[in-house]
Design a binder for this molecule. Structure first.
Ligand code: ADP
Ligand code: MG
Ligand code: ZN
Length: 478
């Protein structure tokens, strides 16, 4: 592989040359060298390739093996992250990753509170830059490979919780894919597989356990054969060790230094806020694990009415895990259903499929949960959302009623409607790709509706989805 050809800076398409980097990027690289000297001992950091709320990602090659073509992605995790969270991310990469389109880990380097995860570099383009160039066949490949990755993750009863295009990398040239970013991954609080088996054997209706019993109950997750029951994982270098959970977490020493060196105060603020939200969520989860609380029998006056009685206003807020990105959050996350399964990720995959079929990204653009829910209601109709809420043990009142849209018609309208901003992109679609969109099989929209099943208890699993007619149809048409 020729380095100069494979590495591009940003999205400009400029080939990487060993020329001078922008000053701020060079400064960040110098910071990285300073915080984790081992990085500089072994790697030559070439560029910065990504930045999220919790990390910066750099491109690097090995210093002492210049003949090696392999490039690496170095994820420098922000030092305010809790060690147990970093441990969780590493565990996922190590035990789940490395096959089935899930990113693996090569090495982990730690110096004090700074952790750098070393992965193989995965060349990819930005979703926004290729979504409108894709043929239907490519959309099929993309969704199939995403479902393969999710099937793998869900086998471990892990919810990724942040499935979105920037975390599912696609190399269009080589048709390779990689699910990255286990920073928000969590053990499912309810085991979808068990629910499914129960539903199939007729011992359970596809309704949440709390809805069935009318109370909030503690759901035990079977740990057998899952990552947490295997403690013999190894990481090539020093890492926050597996006993970090038992160790007291001391506030990072060099935080203030980090704050001083990281130029953007907004980024620090965002990261802190996100961390606080995530910590709160972890507390809720651990509380739920340690105590099984019930709702007291009440004489509520407001049930089903658009008002709140004094008894209800005295209740504490219900909390449920809600990590992720608003536009990709499933209805059960948005309505704070406390029992969440891997179905959460399937919804997000459905939202990506909806983007691909409609040519609109992001499809749902929301800054908060209520806006996100309102957008879901205006797409799928209030009745359907109400029924799904009921399955999660929630009574939803919606005024005015919203009809359900025909998704196929909506997608076709959006796909053909002119777009001022992206229209220049549109021209790049080949005639062949253009033609592929003239005959979309019905099975595509059937799969879409199964992924975007509002009810998490009947939503299709990744494994079932891979057997869907859509894949048979597309593969026989090849
Ligand atoms: P965050 O938790 O901060 O979102 P991610 O793990 O999602 O961090 O990485 C941020 C970005 O860096 C990704 O969206 C992707 O563009 C890039 N990236 C991450 N891992 C790799 C990799 N192994 N190869 C190439 N690019 C990567
Ligand atoms: Mg990310
Ligand atoms: Zn009430």
């Amino acid at each position: 592989m020729d380095l100069d050809q494979s590495v591009q800076r940003g999205t400009s398409g400029k080939k990487h040359k060993p020329v001078r980097l922008p000053l701020d990027v060079q400064e960040e690289i110098d910071c990285l060298y300073e915080f984790v000297p081992e990085v500089e001992q072994h790697f030559e950091v070439i560029d910065k390739i990504g930045e999220g709320t919790f990390s910066s990602v750099f491109l690097a090659r090995l210093k002492h093996y210049p003949e090696l073509d392999q490039l690496f992605a170095l994820k420098h995790i922000i030092p305010t992250s809790h060690p147990s969270r970093i441990e969780g991310e590493l565990r996922c990469l190590l035990e789940i990753g490395g096959c089935d389109n899930v990113m693996g880990v090569e090495l982990c380097i730690r110096n004090r509170d700074h952790v750098v995860i070393v992965m193989q570099y995965f060349p990819h383009e930005k979703f926004q830059d290729y979504i409108l160039h894709m043929s239907l066949q490519e959309v099929h490949d993309y969704i199939k490979n995403l479902l393969i990755a999710l099937r793998r993750v869900h086998m471990f009863d892990i919810i990724h919780r942040d499935v979105k295009p920037s975390n599912f990398l696609c190399d269009r040239k080589t048709k390779r894919y990689a699910l990255v970013d286990f920073g928000l991954a969590h053990k499912a609080t309810v085991c979808k597989a068990t629910e499914n088996t129960a539903a199939r054997t007729g011992t359970s209706t596809p309704v949440s356990t709390s809805a069935r019993k009318g109370i909030l109950t503690q759901v035990e997750v079977n740990n057998a054969g899952t990552p947490e029951s295997q403690n013999n994982f190894k990481v090539a270098k020093e890492t926050p060790s597996s006993d970090s959970k038992t160790r007291q977490y001391t506030p990072p020493v060099s935080n203030s230094l980090f704050a001083r060196r990281v130029k953007s105060p907004r980024r620090m603020l965002l990261a802190k806020r996100a961390l606080l939200a995530k910590d709160k969520e972890d507390d809720i989860l651990s509380q739920r694990k340690s105590s099984s609380h019930r709702y007291q029998p009440t004489a509520c006056q407001c049930y089903g009415k658009p008002q709140i009685c004094s008894l209800c206003s005295a209740r504490s807020n219900q909390n449920a895990p809600r990590a992720g990105t608003p536009g990709f959050r499933s209805p059960e996350v948005l309505i704070k259903c406390p029992e969440q399964s891997t179905a959460v990720d399937i919804w997000s995959a459905g939202v990506i499929f909806l983007s691909l079929l409609s040519g609109r990204y992001p499809f749902f653009r929301a800054n908060d949960d209520l806006t996100a829910l309102a957008q879901i209601i205006s797409t799928f109709g209030s009745e359907a959302v109400k029924n799904a809420a009921k399955a999660c043990g929630k009574n939803m009142i919606c005024n005015p009623q919203q009809p359900c849209l025909d998704i196929r018609t909506m997608c076709m309208k959006l796909r053909t409607a002119p777009m001022s901003k992206q229209s220049s992109n549109k021209k790049k679609m080949t005639a062949e790709a253009e033609a592929s969109w003239r005959q979309i099989p019905d099975s595509a929209f059937d799969l879409l509706s199964r992924l975007l099943d509002l009810n998490p208890f009947t939503r299709i699993s990744a494994e079932e989805a891979l057997k869907h007619q859509f894949f048979t149809d597309m593969e026989s048409a090849r």
